[in-house]
Design a protein around this ligand. Structure first.
Ligand SMILES: *Cc1c(COP(=O)(O)O)cnc(C)c1O
Length: 387
């Protein structure tokens, strides 16, 4: 414990095992998981299809490196192309790495067009990761403070303001891409306006910019479609994803279509582990389970039950707004509510609070109706008793 760098404010609990939407601590206490390891365990804990895939692959081969062809990596790229409408894929090991690949791709796209200092537009309140480039793209000073000099080449714009983008376009010939989360996760579960996103697509087309969606959190069924852009009728040039893709085995992916699909060439990007046989086996099991078991539709249905249960409860007057889509739910209260996390833990519920006053729920996509009600009623009780 003391040998760890103190980078996390951890809760005083250790889990020993899990099953479905439940986790068990080292004393045998059961918790309903309303956070899924931050949108990672979409299939819940110890899902048999994922366990079997990992076990069978570990028996054969864990890693070979990208010096060689990896059949399951090619299959995974094809499966992701199938669920996203994208054409090509690069694999890293985390969300930040997926975004790093997108940022490099956008810069290369710019240089090919003769832009010497390519810039990427990013939004207020955005979260794109903790590496130097991705924390520079992030719109949160707390995450950046102390790590200056930041990486150059990002232009910050307000959310939901298409006019601001047109003004940047008029004044700045160096812009090559827009990077945004369709629903800002760490920023407080804030969905961007659908009309705004349509305008962003148009502005990108008008100027030859790439529209790059950070679906690290919103992807893999979380919002009721495999990727959130599908539910929004939005066709981006680049999608990055990670969290829910392999149910906890580390992976990140940068997907692209059109010109962007062929921008990065041999030797221009790489990762030693990226897309190794073990993680690809896990991710293939995840994608086939999400699609064959209708888990996107389940996310929509269970998300509705959670929201309706909260709104019908006596806690409702204390709720300022419920935001999100599917099983990505933000419940904004009238005031800061960070202490609800430990109160929930005491009550056997795992939740998260983001942006100070917003309870964030990201339960496993496999949650059933009874469990969804149990989660919503538990959260409602915490909010009712929060004076
Ligand atoms: C979590 C997250 C990231 C960073 O992912 P890591 O795997 O922690 O590097 C990037 N973008 C979004 C939208 C995220 O939610």
């Amino acid at each position: 414990m003391s040998a760890l760098m103190q980078t996390y404010a951890r809760l005083p609990v250790t889990f020993s095992h899990g099953e479905g939407v439940y986790l068990y601590d080292s004393e045998g206490r059961r918790y309903l998981d309303g956070i899924s390891g931050i949108a990672v365990n979409g299939l819940g804990h110890a899902h048999p299809a994922v366990t079997r895939a990992i076990r069978e692959q570990a028996d054969k081969l864990v890693h070979t490196s990208n010096l060689y062809r990896i059949e399951s990596q090619e299959q995974l790229a094809a499966a992701l192309a199938d669920v996203s409408g994208m054409e090509s894929c690069f694999f890293g090991n985390s969300g930040a790495e997926a975004n790093e690949a997108a940022i490099k791709l956008a810069r290369l796209h710019g240089h090919r067009r003769g832009v010497k200092k390519p810039a990427i537009i990013v939004l207020d309140g955005a979260f794109h990761g903790r590496t130097l480039a991705t924390l520079s793209a992030t719109g949160n000073r707390k995450i950046q403070a102390g790590f200056e000099p930041l990486v150059a080449g990002f232009i910050r714009a307000p959310r939901d303001d298409a006019e601001a983008l047109r003004q940047i376009a008029a004044n700045n010939p160096d812009v090559v891409a827009v990077l945004l989360e369709p629903i800002q996760g760490e920023g407080g579960v804030r969905p961007l306006d659908g009309d705004y996103l349509g305008e962003v697509r148009q502005i990108c087309d008008d100027h030859g910019w790439l529209l790059m969606l950070d679906e690290v959190q919103t992807g893999n069924g979380r919002t009721g479609t495999y990727f959130a852009c599908e539910g929004l009728g939005l066709v981006p040039d680049v999608i990055t994803t990670a969290k829910g893709l392999a149910n906890g085995v580390p992976i990140g992916a940068c997907l692209a279509r059109g010109e962007a699909a062929h921008t990065l060439g041999a030797g221009q990007h790489g990762s030693t582990y990226g897309g190794n046989p073990l993680v690809c086996a896990a991710a293939l099991a995840v994608i086939s389970t999400i699609t064959s078991e209708g888990l996107c539709d389940n996310a929509t249905a269970m998300g509705n039950i959670i929201t309706e249960t909260l709104m019908a409860d006596a806690a409702a007057p204390k709720i300022r707004e419920i935001r999100g889509r599917g099983l990505m739910i933000g419940i904004e209260l009238q005031r800061d509510c960070g202490e609800l996390v430990t109160r929930a833990l005491d009550a056997g519920l795992l939740i998260n609070v983001t942006a100070g006053n917003t309870v964030r729920l990201l339960p496993p996509l496999v949650i059933n109706e009874a469990e969804a009600r149990e989660l919503a009623e538990g959260v409602a009780r915490l909010i009712r008793d929060f004076d």
